[in-house]
Design a protein around this ligand. Structure first.
Ligand SMILES: N[C@@H](CCC(=O)N[C@@H](CS)C(=O)NCC(=O)O)C(=O)O
Length: 204
């Protein structure tokens, strides 16, 4: 299998963290430079129809895109440690949390950065009004998550799951906005981030 990936990009990072947590090391890596538009080549468009990363090319030539789908496939091949849930109830709650994080944290952050930071003009038709809208939702969700984490150590419950990976990749990407959870205002999110940094997902 081949994983098309990119440095400093949150969705590829989600899959790379998943690989580290599962200790999967037998996938060929093909790294592309997004800022230099390597992923916009005609050759890569044949791999990924929307020219996005990551993409996992299977040995039979089929291609999976969407970080979550790639992780789910890898969970099937490497069931332990379980990161998607062991029974239907746990899977449903983990999915709820993972989607909350993706839609209310990672995507607003992407709007904030991609529409507000001139560095992203090479890959985004920027609409200035989307940046503050994204920033507001991102900051709102960070505060909300901080309150949630007052009562537990992980995003979706009492153990580490794929939802922690999505949130940790988001917090990593937020460094581009010079944002990280401030221990005074977001103490629980700050403590959770420290826990993540000390896990395999935090070891680059
Ligand atoms: N929903 C997709 C999103 C993939 C995505 O947006 N990837 C970004 C990198 S984080 C990308 O390829 N950006 C290139 C571009 O927008 O031109 C997933 O979960 O994998």
């Amino acid at each position: 299998m081949k994983l098309y990936t990119a440095a400093f990009a949150p969705n590829p990072e989600r899959v790379l963290m998943f690989l580290r947590e599962k200790n999967i090391t037998d996938i060929e890596m093909i790294s592309m430079n997004i800022m230099e538009r390597e992923h916009k080549s005609a050759a890569y468009r044949k791999v990924s129809p929307f020219s996005q990363l990551p993409a996992l090319e299977l040995d039979d030539g089929r291609v999976l895109t969407e970080s979550r789908a790639i992780c789910l496939y890898l969970e099937g091949l490497h069931p332990e440690p379980n990161l998607f849930g062991t029974d239907f109830e746990e899977r449903a709650f983990i999915e709820m949390w993972d989607r909350r994080v993706e839609f209310m944290f990672l995507l607003p952050l992407a709007w904030w950065l991609r529409h507000g930071n001139p560095a992203f003009a090479t890959i985004e038709k920027q609409i200035a009004a989307l940046a503050p809208r994204g920033e507001k939702t991102f900051r709102f969700f960070a505060k909300w998550l901080d309150n949630e984490l007052a009562n537990r150590d992980f995003i979706a419950g009492d153990r580490f799951t794929v939802a922690d990976i999505t949130a940790f990749a988001s917090v990593g990407f937020a460094r581009v906005a010079k944002w990280k959870p401030d221990p005074d205002n977001l103490p629980n999110l700050h403590a959770w981030r420290t826990r993540m940094m000390n896990r395999p997902c935090g070891q680059k």
